[in-house]
Ligand binder design. Structure first.
Ligand SMILES: Cc1cc2nc3c(=O)[nH]c(=O)nc-3n(C[C@H](O)[C@H](O)[C@H](O)COP(=O)(O)OP(=O)(O)OC[C@H]3O[C@@H](n4cnc5c(N)ncnc54)[C@H](O)[C@@H]3O)c2cc1C
Length: 252
């Protein structure tokens, strides 16, 4: 359901408090924020927020970084983020060290990497690392709304301990036959029996399988540019998919 009607036209800046934090994998921290004014945080699944850090760049300006919302809209003042720690990166290091209870200014929501529920097409979601964040929100929202179109999530990481939200996504797939959780490991352990290699090596087969019965399917790709460009190349150049059916969100 689109919530644009109840949202200010210009993203607002509001104060939040960190209310929960836990490690999701060796380099990823899951943070829950809550608006301190108690107002609902209104957004569409897939959108991002900008965090305004109490840190300054060399020109004395507050450092700001964007993060996809990893939770589904639920009309509460809360939202969740999943943050990869980047070596010597000020924003991600701050978020990995920040204590529960800390206040932080946030601007948002923003972004058009969304999937309107009422017109939702069968979808192949493709992510690496924390690129899974917007898809967790989209999938949880769609399944909670009783949607039955195919929702396939191809998720690439190096090793099993990096499969963010892996148990939750596996459980959702077991409960909802239209949702397929398709992890692929680039450095699989010897006993791994699932997909391996980079996500782009699986896109052709999965897209062909999905569009054999659902030619109106859309592909959503999220993560770092290197993966994004390689995956878009497969879809647009090798498979000739229309650009209106391919949606991208780049983190770098
Ligand atoms: C629309 C949007 C949504 C984003 N959503 C998320 C998100 O949900 N989770 C998240 O962790 N990051 C996300 N990012 C990236 C985030 O905004 C920051 O760039 C990141 O946290 C690094 O900031 P930094 O200050 O620590 O390091 P910086 O010094 O600003 O960045 C150092 C380098 O890190 C690389 N980098 C940025 N993000 C990643 C990443 N996720 N994995 C590996 N390398 C990266 C970039 O190439 C950059 O050159 C998003 C970016 C955009 C534009």
């Amino acid at each position: 359901m689109s919530s644009a009607a109840s949202r200010p036209l210009v993203p607002e800046t509001f104060q939040t408090r960190v209310v929960a934090a836990r490690m999701l994998g060796p380099r990823v921290r899951h943070l829950t924020f809550e608006r301190t004014d108690g107002q609902p945080f209104v957004f569409d699944a897939g959108q991002w927020v900008q965090l305004i850090f109490p840190l300054q760049d060399e020109k004395g300006r507050a450092i700001r970084r964007s993060y996809s919302v990893a939770s589904a809209p639920d009309s509460s003042p809360r939202f969740e983020l999943a943050v990869t720690k980047v070596e010597a990166g000020p924003g991600s290091t701050f978020l990995h060290d920040v204590a529960v209870g800390t206040s932080l200014d946030v601007k948002g929501p923003a972004g058009t990497f969304t999937r309107p529920l009422e017109s939702a097409a069968p979808s192949l979601f493709i992510a690496t690392g924390t690129g899974v964040a917007p898809f967790r929100g989209m999938v949880r929202q769609a399944l909670a709304a009783g949607r039955t179109e195919p929702l396939w999530l191809l998720f690439g990481v190096r090793a099993p301990d990096e499969l963010l939200f892996g148990d939750e996504l596996t459980a959702l797939a077991a409960q909802h036959p239209n949702f397929r959780f398709l992890p692929s490991l680039s450095r699989p352990p010897a006993d791994w029996t699932g997909r391996d290699g980079y996500v782009q090596t699986h896109v052709k087969a999965l897209w062909s399988e999905l569009t054999a019965t659902h030619p109106n399917a859309h592909a959503y790709i999220c993560g770092v540019k290197k993966m994004l460009l390689a995956t878009r190349e497969v879809l647009r150049t090798e498979l000739g998919v229309d650009r209106k059916q391919v949606h991208l969100e780049a983190y770098d």
